[in-house]
Design a protein around this ligand. Structure first.
Ligand SMILES: Cc1cc2nc3c(=O)[nH]c(=O)nc-3n(C[C@H](O)[C@H](O)[C@H](O)COP(=O)(O)O)c2cc1C
Length: 181
């Protein structure tokens, strides 16, 4: 484990039974076994971002989050769209990283999954803007919008739609390419 590459995944949904978390679980099937792949479940523990608190002493949950990302070699985010934007819990988590810069130039892939045929594009675009502000490296094929997510995955974290499967495999290849460079 010591020298192995680490990929951290974050779901923008903290809901039990989340379709986005299910997509992240699906990805494990496409990641080689010698790579450490974990879904970080702590973003709901983060307090609301406040630069005043950060200046004095970052809360423990924030330190844990920053350490996890500092030790990761790549990040994959999969998020729903809420009210035509990025879920507050995910945006809040990213705000904690702006000044500490754990994601600076780090390889990142972004998936937005929506149950509707047309949904998700606003959150996707907005998330990419925020990640641009954090100066991450979006990997090749690392931006995937999944519509009608409920029809493309089984509840046991398998992808049933071939086109979606190929998109996810390409996304993982994009990440792996950055890890080997
Ligand atoms: C308050 C609320 C707002 C939502 N807004 C949107 C939206 O703007 N666009 C969209 O595609 N889906 C929207 N949805 C539907 C979510 O995408 C859907 O509930 C999804 O399953 C949440 O992701 P999860 O399964 O990973 O928890 C909204 C759902 C809720 C409860």
């Amino acid at each position: 484990m010591g020298n192995s590459k680490r990929i951290i995944a974050i779901s923008g949904s903290i809901r039990k039974g989340s379709s986005n978390t299910n997509v992240l679980k699906t990805l494990a099937a496409f990641i080689p076994e010698n790579i450490d792949y974990n879904i970080y479940n702590g973003i709901q523990e983060l307090p609301h971002f406040n630069p005043d608190i950060d200046r004095i002493q970052a809360p423990t949950a924030v330190e844990d989050f920053r350490k996890t990302l500092a030790e990761a070699h790549a990040l994959i985010i999969c998020t729903p769209e809420y009210a035509k934007g990025v879920p507050g819990v995910l945006k809040n988590a990213l705000e904690w990283l702006v000044s500490s810069a754990e994601l600076y130039k780090k390889p990142v892939a972004v998936i937005t999954a929506s149950p509707s045929i047309t949904g998700g594009d606003k959150a996707h675009e907005s998330l990419l803007l925020t990640l641009g502000m954090l100066d991450v490296t979006i990997v090749q094929n690392g931006s995937v919008l999944i519509s009608s997510v409920g029809t493309k995955f089984n509840k046991d974290a398998t992808v049933t739609d071939e086109q979606t499967k190929q998109g996810l495999i390409s996304l993982i290849h994009g990440i792996l390419q950055e890890l080997h460079d």
